[in-house]
Design a protein around this ligand. Structure first.
Ligand SMILES: [Zn+2]
Length: 348
């Protein structure tokens, strides 16, 4: 079977497609024949040698994937209802499953929370063996690439917008970085939830692509006056902002919020902020939420929206992965920000 390894260095050129025997599931494990995977910004942190994801080499890449149950190890509890042939998604984040936080469904708050492909070995392989508790059922009607796109990025959008942000129908929300993996799914989810949603994007060429998938007001955050442009379009300050870009945008989003508004920060893909407006925060009684991945309930909620045809993730299929070259090109596109939505691949 083919497996994507990072080997010999931490850069795109050090990715290899390695052929190895199909693994045998241990006790309590399920072997999944993977159908589709999607790429995530975490992959780029790993490829750049970020201390936040200091993996040792060789390292199997990838956090997101969907497949079908291929074999069951011994001793799998009947409560998992897993059968050979069932469609399943891999839960990208893994808590200990025994602490109080994990047992109450808040596994991303678990002290030993780890991310597949980020802190531990990943899942970009034709076959993956994982404990049964790490799998989630996928309605068979969903395209595997679309299902994969919501296991991490989509679930994070749900956690940020709905769970932590507390977005309610009729509220006015801004998604900073609407063209990215989490950002575009947050916009699509916001529309389904009947929010009045606005989005920002980077390079101008992304606007036309985004406009094909979502009918929302869009402004480029590369323009110097983008906060003023947004307020002119909306006519009022925002109830909430979901910022997927972080860094330089954070000082600019707080003044866009109404008194008592909420800001949800889910990343810093452009680096750490150079200043922070504490007076904005306390003076106008804003709430600031940090979100890192999501819980199983977020993944299931998003799979439900996709299965119902309410949300259709944007996924550019760069596969099938018969050589490593398409994946290397895809990561280079991510590094150059030359994509919209998600990039993914299949094994066929
Ligand atoms: Zn735990």
């Amino acid at each position: 079977m083919r497996t994507v390894y990072l080997s010999g260095g931490k850069n795109v050129e050090s990715l290899v497609l390695y052929d190895q025997p199909v693994p045998v599931p241990s006790r309590g494990e399920v072997r999944v024949r993977m159908l589709a995977h999607t790429l995530n910004h975490i992959d780029l942190w790993v490829l750049s040698g970020s201390p936040a994801y200091s993996v040792s080499l060789p390292h199997v890449m990838g956090s997101e994937g969907v497949g079908v149950v291929d074999a069951l190890g011994e001793g799998i509890a009947p409560e998992f209802s897993l059968e050979v042939g069932a469609s399943v998604a891999l839960s990208p984040g893994q808590g200990c499953l025994v602490c109080e936080l994990c047992r109450s469904g808040l596994e991303s708050l678990c002290p030993s929370y780890r991310v597949l492909g980020g802190h531990i070995q990943g899942v970009f392989s034709e076959y993956v063996c994982l404990p049964a508790s790490r799998l989630l059922p996928v309605p068979p009607s969903i395209d595997p690439l679309q299902a994969s796109a919501v296991t991490l990025a989509g679930a994070t959008a749900h956690q940020g917008l709905v769970v932590r942000g507390g977005a309610r129908p009729g509220e006015r929300w801004l998604v900073v970085g609407a063209s990215g993996g989490v950002g575009h799914l947050a916009c699509l989810l916001a529309s389904v939830l009947r929010l009045e949603v606005y989005g920002t994007y980077g390079p101008e060429k992304k606007k036309e692509i985004l406009a094909r998938f979502m009918n929302i007001p869009l402004v480029s955050h590369d323009a110097a006056e983008w906060p003023e442009q947004l307020l002119k379009l909306s006519g009022k300050p925002f109830d909430g902002v979901l910022d997927t870009v972080g860094g330089a945008t954070i000082p600019k989003i707080l003044p866009l919020l109404r008194k008592g508004g909420r800001a949800v920060i889910i990343g810093e893909t452009t680096g750490a902020p150079t200043q922070f407006l504490t007076r904005e925060l306390f003076g106008r009684q804003l709430s600031l939420h940090g979100v890192y991945l999501a819980h199983r309930s977020d993944i299931l909620a998003m799979l439900g929206w996709v299965a119902g045809g309410n949300i259709r993730p944007i996924v550019d299929d760069v596969g099938p992965l018969t050589s490593i070259a398409p994946l290397q090109r895809a990561y280079k596109r991510m590094l150059e920000r030359d994509f919209v939505g998600k990039l993914g691949f299949t094994w066929q």
